[in-house]
Design a binder for this molecule. Structure first.
Ligand SMILES: [Zn+2]
Length: 325
């Protein structure tokens, strides 16, 4: 049933999938759609797929285009939110140059368009509708391919000069492992899935026994996905145990340091890897954070994401709602 106040749609645009929700005025999910990203077709193909996904989510909500009040996008990379332009998104093919997403989507769907960085959208989702509800300050830490983060201070997303919240590139070990950003010792070098996979492959080539590569093949994957890591842990794979232990220790260090600096009420841990590995992963982070936190009670402050996979799409829909409120 269509909501009398109209519906906002939020789209989480990723390199592998487009995930979309249709929400009512209170942010409750009424409909959804999920489809693979048309990876090779460049910006115009992607924008067409976003519009199709938005329509499909409206249909799933028992609504139509006339019920759509606004659409929000969470996009990877750097965005100019005010002008609705994705400045660049290195993991999307053909998005190395600025792409105006606002104009074509407004024309296709007849509704205003909001744009945010995907991590900022996820932080907004968790803060307003998820595990960060009722917290005036929050740090979101999202462990997926990389490690993204965002800060809410005094109820508002803190973007600094534009790049605030990048906890993945805070240093947990001076001169430590090489990170994808080219620097050394970043949290992401230890807790980002891409870097964990690189290290697992290196250890395998050096002769360490691990089932990670076999499990990847068994599951028909070409990457070590979160489910590959989960399966390896279940089988007690020593390399997986080592690397996940290293990841949680690095996360605990970075989170404790961040809390020592900004003393947030809540730390919400999410993203594909954290969601898949669940409570044991979270608990290991808490245990690693505790001895490094100045203030007591950090264990209770570190909680699991409630929106999981939907955080980005829900956050984008809420930002769209702000346009028409
Ligand atoms: Zn880095």
């Amino acid at each position: 049933m269509a909501s009398p106040d109209g519906i906002c749609v939020g789209v989480d645009v990723g390199g592998t999938k487009i995930q979309t929700v249709a929400v009512d005025a209170d942010g409750a999910i009424l409909g959804r759609d999920r489809r693979p990203s048309p990876a090779a077709s460049g910006p115009s193909g992607m924008i067409a797929a976003i519009a199709d996904s938005a329509r499909a989510s409206l249909l799933d909500a028992g609504a139509g285009e006339r019920d759509l009040r606004a659409i929000g996008l969470g996009a990877p990379g750097q965005v100019d939110a005010a002008r609705c332009i994705v400045l660049y998104a290195t993991n999307l093919v053909g998005w190395e140059r600025p792409v105006d997403v606002g104009t074509p989507l407004r024309e296709a769907l007849g509704a205003p368009v909001a744009l945010a960085n995907d991590v900022q959208a996820s932080v907004t989702g968790e803060h307003r509708q998820g595990a960060g509800r009722d917290a005036a300050s929050m740090l979101g830490v999202f462990c997926g391919t990389g490690v993204g983060g965002g800060l809410v201070l005094d109820g508002r997303l803190w973007t600094g000069l534009g790049a605030a919240g990048e906890i993945g590139h805070t240093v947990v070990r001076r001169g430590g492992s090489r990170c994808g950003c080219g620097r050394r010792g970043c949290l992401e070098a230890y807790a980002g899935r891409r870097m964990m996979e690189e290290r697992a492959r290196r250890l395998h080539h050096r002769g360490r026994r691990t089932r990670l590569l076999a499990l990847m093949e068994q599951k028909g994957k070409d990457r070590m996905t979160s489910s590959v890591w989960a399966a390896a842990l279940e089988q007690g794979d020593p390399v997986a145990l080592d690397l996940v232990d290293r990841a949680t220790r690095a996360l605990g260090t970075a989170i404790a340091s961040a809390c020592n600096l900004v003393d947030v009420e809540r730390v919400v841990v999410g993203g594909g890897l954290a969601t898949r590995l669940g409570e044991p992963f979270l608990d290991a982070i808490r245990t690693a954070a505790e001895p490094q936190a100045l203030r007591a009670g950090i264990r209770e402050r570190i909680v699991m994401s409630e929106l999981a996979d939907d955080a980005g799409a829900v956050g984008a829909a809420l930002l769209a709602g702000d346009l028409v409120r």
